[in-house]
Design a protein around this ligand. Structure first.
Ligand code: FES
Length: 78
């Protein structure tokens, strides 16, 4: 099994789905593929994290990113 240094958790609960988490998951996957992050980060889809009103929710590096966008995730990767 590959060793990953960091995890990116993306909520795929029903409210976050309504707020576009599916598109965000594929955008993050493309970002990791194109920028050489593959192998350094592991994307994990989760169930509801109880921040439904402010979805989509991403958790990375001990931070909860509310109303997550690709730009916010990129900033978190730096
Ligand atoms: S559905 Fe994503 S936090 Fe509840």
């Amino acid at each position: 099994m590959a060793e990953y240094r960091k995890f990116i958790f993306v909520c795929t609960g029903s409210d976050c789905k309504d707020n576009g988490c599916k598109g965000l998951v594929s955008d993050i996957k493309n970002l990791m593929r194109e920028n050489g992050y593959k192998g350094h980060y592991r994307l994990v889809k989760t169930k509801c994290m109880d921040f439904c009103k402010t979805g989509p929710i991403v958790v990375m590096k001990d931070d909860v990113i509310k109303k997550a966008t690709l730009e916010k995730v990129k900033d978190g990767l730096k």
